[in-house]
Design a protein around this ligand. Structure first.
Ligand SMILES: Nc1nc2c(ncn2[C@@H]2O[C@H](COP(=O)(O)OP(=O)(O)OP(=O)(O)O)[C@@H](O)[C@H]2O)c(=O)[nH]1
Ligand SMILES: [Zn+2]
Length: 192
């Protein structure tokens, strides 16, 4: 379902009125339109299912090397920078970095597509945990490999800038699929 920017404009105008401000004053007159455009950008991933994101970034190469089924060959992309919004407060998750790893199963995915998948998944109302499981699911679809791991570390403004106001609190989530669940040697290789 496509994002309804006209409806967003109307509701943002309503919020400005509910806040007791004048939506027609100079500084605010373009705000509803600006926020609607920003939402289209930062929530772009809400237009697509995980399967559609998988199709979008399905740029794989048949592997030149012969990966045996018990191979421990591993691809890890670290320090993918992400921003997202928590679905409870619509508050920014920031300073987020993701590590995405997989064990190729006969084909490899273009490295930039891994970062593109992570970026698109983040552009939804999310939980940090679900960002990890969505990335893992899409990686499994695209690579045809069950063996995927996603680590995410980030700050939640709903916890740092309001509420409990723990400015230094960082959250780490770990999503392990396939052999990453049981193989502690593989798990160790995820950490630098
Ligand atoms: N598990 C998880 N929780 C999150 C995430 N983002 C925000 N939250 C939490 O969602 C919870 C919502 O709790 P509520 O008690 O309904 O909200 P609240 O009254 O604003 O609570 P406080 O934040 O404690 O002031 C809070 O504990 C948030 O910290 C996330 O990505 N994952
Ligand atoms: Zn929140």
């Amino acid at each position: 379902m496509a994002i309804d920017t006209n409806a967003i404009k109307e509701y943002i105008r309503g919020i400005l009125i509910a806040l007791g401000d004048d939506p027609d004053r100079e500084g605010l007159k373009d705000t509803p339109d600006r926020v609607a455009r920003m939402y289209s950008e930062v929530f772009e991933g809400m237009n697509y299912t995980n399967e559609e994101i998988a199709q979008m970034f399905d740029k794989t190469f048949e592997d030149e090397m012969d990966f045996a089924s018990d191979s421990k060959d591993l691809v890890i992309v670290r320090d993918i920078q992400l921003f997202s919004y928590c679905e409870h407060h619509i508050a920014l998750m920031y300073d987020m970095t993701a590590t995405v790893a997989y064990m190729p199963n006969g084909k490899v995915i273009g490295l930039s597509k891994i970062a593109r998948i992570a970026d698109m998944v983040s552009k939804r109302l999310q939980l940090q945990e679900r960002i990890g499981s969505d990335i893992a699911q899409i990686m499994q679809i695209v690579t045809g490999s069950e063996d995927v791991a996603v680590l995410i570390e980030g700050s939640h403004s709903c916890m740092t800038a309001r509420g409990i106001r723990q400015a230094n609190a960082r959250t780490t989530t770990t999503t392990l699929r396939g052999r990453f669940r049981t193989d502690s040697d593989l798990q160790m290789r995820l950490y630098r």
